[in-house]
Design a protein around this ligand. Structure first.
Ligand code: ADP
Length: 378
């Protein structure tokens, strides 16, 4: 299987060079023959992202179904694939099976064959539960799964930096299916030195200057903030910071996030354990220097003893159903906040080149993404 070869290439490249991974061009090896030789590409769309559609495909030999993501072959896309391959293999990270480099109408593309996550997105499943109340113990189990994926990444010096509900998918529709993290489009190796001048670049980080904390800890700390937001939503069905006028990232919203203004309103939070609230407070600290690390999170009793968390029924499912219309606003708000928290070349590009992978920018530009998977195969 091709995945083994890439993994082997990556790790040997790292150990041979001693300190740094080689540039993606040197360590990535792809199949250069057409993906259609190994896979039948379906027209079934599994999801739509900023880079186009993710479609279903079927291995011609095993008839096994997979998800196929097509990316324009850029340095950024190679980094995405490289870091995703490195992280692949963990029980809570979507695995990559094959990567192809093909050309369509003169455009070089990377085609990533991933495990097919048939169970859909995290909150869609909770929303669909109907009468059966979602409980605090179930929430703790989910946060534990997310934390184990993030701990794996942080141990490998990878910050995901785009940890949000849409990137958490279930393997199958079964009630016991594993939840997995995907989309490494903003992932970053945190132990590599920054390009010259980055630390004094025009970009204004959201909370505190990265030089105060060091970019490594700063990059990782935004994953912890994300875990805090997701945990909060899991426990009540609405986000901790939300704009009152339905305007994504209104100035008021920004101010609220910046100053960490959120509450635990009644009645949703009345029965939620103090341990859960304590962990949320530690994850949502506005100062990244004061925010808990992933190791400390794993050691917090709400996570380390997640099976013993009270099985209290929550308002989550019904609130998620009632607030269906506001969900897109919430996604935009979380995305905009994560974008403002990222420190790296992408942000410089957002400002100077307008050539980023930012959904809000793309919405404004309407179009201009890489060839859609189904079109690319035509
Ligand atoms: P982008 O980087 O373009 O935003 P994503 O990787 O987030 O793309 O994928 C877009 C959507 O496609 C996801 O929100 C999800 O609904 C669906 N999707 C992505 N990967 C898979 C997968 N492995 N299996 C099933 N659906 C997937």
């Amino acid at each position: 299987m091709f995945f083994g070869r890439i993994g082997c290439c990556l790790s040997s490249a790292k150990s041979q060079s001693g300190e740094k991974t080689k540039p993606p061009d040197e360590i990535m090896a792809f199949h250069e023959y057409p993906v259609t030789q190994d896979y039948r590409i379906s027209r079934r769309v599994l999801g739509v992202g900023i880079n186009g559609k993710v479609v279903e495909c079927e291995n011609r030999v095993t008839s096994e179904k997979y998800a196929l993501k097509v990316l324009r072959d850029t340095e950024k896309a190679r980094r995405e694939v490289e870091l995703h391959v490195m992280a692949s293999g963990h029980p809570h990270i979507v695995s990559i099976h094959d990567v192809y480099k093909n050309s369509y109408n003169g455009v070089d593309c990377l085609l990533v064959v991933m495990e097919n996550m048939k169970g859909g997105e995290l909150f869609a499943r909770i929303q669909e539960r109907g009468q059966k109340a979602f409980t605090e113990r179930e929430a703790a189990g989910i946060v534990n799964e997310i934390c184990s994926a993030v701990a794996h990444l942080h141990r490998m010096s990878i910050a995901h930096r785009d940890l949000k509900p849409e990137n958490l998918l279930y393997c199958t529709t079964s009630g016991t299916a594993a939840l997995k993290l995907t989309d490494f489009g903003f992932a970053k190796k945190t132990d590599e030195s920054e390009p010259q001048g980055l630390k004094t670049a025009c970009f204004t980080p959201y909370y505190c200057a990265p030089e105060v904390l060091g970019t490594e800890k700063y990059d990782k700390s935004c994953d912890l903030w994300s875990i805090g937001v997701i945990m909060y939503i899991l426990l009540c069905g609405y986000p901790p910071f939300y704009s009152q006028h339905g305007q994504p990232m209104s100035p008021g919203m920004k101010a609220k996030i910046k100053s960490g203004q959120y509450t635990f309103p009644s009645p949703e939070w009345d029965c939620v354990s103090e341990a859960a609230k304590d962990l949320i407070r530690k994850l949502l600290r506005t100062e990244p220097t004061e925010r808990i690390t992933i190791e400390q999170t794993m050691e917090h009793k709400w996570i380390s003893h997640y099976r013993k968390v009270p099985d209290t029924p929550l308002f989550t499912s019904s609130n998620l159903c009632d607030q269906k219309e506001q969900w897109t606003d919430m996604q935009d708000e979380m995305e905009a906040t994560l974008a403002s928290m990222r420190v790296g070349p992408e942000n410089i590009q957002i400002k100077s080149l307008g050539d980023s992978n930012n959904k809000l920018l793309a919405k404004r530009r309407k179009g201009g993404a890489s060839p859609r998977a189904d079109e690319a195969m035509d």
